[in-house]
Design a protein around this ligand. Structure first.
Ligand SMILES: Nc1ncnc2c1ncn2[C@@H]1O[C@H](COP(=O)(O)OP(=O)(O)O)[C@@H](O)[C@H]1O
Ligand SMILES: CC(=O)N[C@@H](CCC(=O)OP(=O)(O)O)C(=O)O
Length: 257
């Protein structure tokens, strides 16, 4: 199979994506790469919950998800955000197909902790064959992070976690987190390259906090023999030019997987 890149597009930057984001995607696609997008939509979910006067709160970066919250999460992620992104990609001539993790059992999920978090899911299986089939037909799958279990119960999955699980399952060669900051920042400057050890130190020291935590955790979990590097970049500015990436590269220690 051709080289595959999984790109997670954060809700923080979805309405702010620069034209260079789409031209980079066009370039990758035209070079013959397989491109898979996984998107978030946290801010959009927050806005709709507020409009509907539905209360929600976060615990360790995860949104506590009651049945009522889950309904809104699915409506926004699998409905509004997914279709907006698909339509935008199509405007750039990219053959995007929107699916949620419920379609074709793409993201089989299980609860993390029903009592504490409600219907927040972890990924227990990915239907990689389905993704591979879409890629073989040269489609660009655009995946919203809703999963379901075998009984049809749906779950709200953090989008970073979903992207990492998809990348690992389809043995992607690259995983890219596109967000609203140009990488991991320390004292205001981008850290260009970090190892797992350095990330753990930065979490302990309170340098990496909030929404950056699920990103680095998903990155670490996705590193494997086929995926050696994960990038965190900004979607607001160009992140790739003449073979050079602009952002943070997360690497395992050389040769250790
Ligand atoms: N060390 C750090 N470097 C950069 N961003 C950080 C760091 N620690 C926490 N963050 C926060 O992480 C945010 C990105 O995560 P999040 O808001 O969840 O975005 P997304 O919707 O793209 O997943 C940044 O806007 C920033 O506020
Ligand atoms: C369990 C959980 O927290 N799910 C997230 C799903 C969306 C998401 O992850 O969006 P971002 O990438 O924009 O943060 C939520 O409800 O906000």
């Amino acid at each position: 199979m051709e080289k595959t890149i999984v790109i997670k597009c954060g809700g923080s930057v979805l309405s702010d994506l620069s034209p260079s984001f789409f031209t980079s995607l066009q370039a990758m696609y035209e070079q013959g790469m397989n491109v898979v997008l996984v998107h978030g939509g946290g801010p959009e979910i927050g806005k709709m919950l507020q409009r509907l006067h539905v209360h929600s709160e976060f615990m360790n970066g995860l949104r506590k998800t009651t049945k009522e919250v889950l309904e809104v999460v699915e409506m926004i992620l699998a409905g509004k955000v997914n279709k907006q992104l698909v339509a935008l990609l199509q405007q750039y001539g990219l053959p995007a197909v929107g699916v949620s993790g419920v379609d074709a059992c793409l993201l089989q999920a299980a609860p993390i902790d029903l009592e504490k978090l409600g219907y927040v899911g972890k990924v227990v299986n990915v239907n990689g064959d389905f993704v591979a089939n879409l890629l073989q037909s040269r489609y660009i799958p655009v995946i919203s992070p809703i999963g379901a279990d075998k009984d049809g119960q749906k779950y709200n999955i953090n989008a970073d976690t979903a992207a990492g699980a998809v990348a690992k399952a389809i043995k992607a060669a690259q995983l890219l987190f596109v967000t609203d900051v140009p990488g991991i920042l320390r004292d205001g400057a981008v850290v260009e390259e970090v190892t797992i050890e350095a990330i753990e130190r930065m979490m302990n020291e309170g340098i990496i906090t909030g929404g950056m935590i699920p990103k680095v955790k998903a990155a670490i979990a996705a590193l494997s023999e086929s995926l050696h590097e994960v990038m965190i970049v900004s979607g607001k500015t160009p992140f790739y030019k003449n073979g050079q990436w602009y952002g943070t590269m997360i690497r395992n220690e050389v040769g250790v997987y």
